[in-house]
Design a protein around this ligand. Structure first.
Ligand code: ADP
Ligand code: ADP
Length: 232
């Protein structure tokens, strides 16, 4: 489903260059929950942002669903990106828009009809357990509820992949568990491929099928979670 080939990302100009990813190869199967763990500065965030080309790699290829994203022009890339949803540590919601409008946002961008938006957003609100909060603003929600809005918005365009960038790092342990359970439900229900990056072992151990350990911009170990880490 996702194939990274010889992925290299450097920031900055010659002389003051930081190499965030260095010739990294990675292959993620359809329907799996794949975790990437590593210390701060290891390259996790750069890696996940390269998977939808939010960050342009310096060299190498990013393949998603059989398409080489790094070879596409702007228009084609926009279309392919709809297959890739993303959620963030700090949720990235529009503070001046309601829960409903936040979730509807990506659908309005692609000119979905009003009736289709209503149907889809209602369905998503039920899925994430926020039906009775549809007219609230983000500031009226708890952290866990905000991330549920983020998840619903990410799912609005029926993606094949969900990228999670430290999605539970701003949440308390109990809320983290409820969000992880929701991600697992969604993975099973839609056979959605989920990639998550985290610095928390617990997150990997609770829902991931496979894990890769990233260190200084390269994968140093990978495999089934039960093989890479001993069970707690
Ligand atoms: P992690 O998510 O594992 O903390 P990052 O991908 O954020 O790692 O960072 C990897 C390396 O790239 C670090 O050395 C970081 O300082 C550097 N880096 C990340 N983003 C930028 C940027 N926009 N400009 C310059 N250096 C960056
Ligand atoms: P909090 O940050 O308050 O802990 P949660 O993310 O745990 O928020 O839950 C947000 C809302 O979703 C709550 O109103 C909760 O009752 C509801 N909720 C939690 N889990 C589910 C679920 N699996 N199905 C439906 N609704 C749920």
């Amino acid at each position: 489903m996702i194939e990274l080939k010889q992925l290299t990302k450097q920031y900055g100009k010659a002389g003051r260059m930081t190499t965030a990813l260095s010739g990294l190869n990675l292959s993620i199967e359809k329907g799996e929950i794949f975790g990437v763990i590593g210390h701060s500065g290891a390259g996790k965030s750069t890696l996940i942002r390269c998977m939808n080309l939010l960050e342009r790699p310096t060299s190498g290829e990013v393949w998603v669903g059989g398409v080489n994203l790094t070879s596409l022009g702007k228009k084609q890339l926009q279309a392919e990106r709809r297959k890739i949803g993303m959620i963030f540590q700090h949720f990235n919601l529009l503070s001046s828009a309601t829960v409903y409008d936040n979730i509807a946002f990506p659908l309005r961008l692609i000119k979905t009809s009003k009736a289709d938006i209503e149907r889809k957003v209602s369905e998503l609100l039920n899925l994430v357990g926020l039906a009775e909060h549809r007219d609230k603003y983000p500031s009226q929600l708890s952290g866990g509820q905000k991330q549920r809005v983020g998840i619903a918005r990410a799912l609005a365009s029926d993606p094949e992949v969900l990228l999670c960038d430290e999605a539970t790092s701003a949440l308390d342990p109990q809320t983290t568990d409820s969000i992880l359970r929701l991600l697992l439900d969604i993975n099973k229900k839609f056979n959605l491929t989920i990639v998550l990056i985290t610095h928390e072992m617990h997150v990997i151990q609770s829902i991931c099928d496979r894990v890769a350990v990233i260190h200084q911009g390269g994968i140093v170990e990978q495999g089934p979670v039960t093989e890479v880490f001993l069970k707690p």
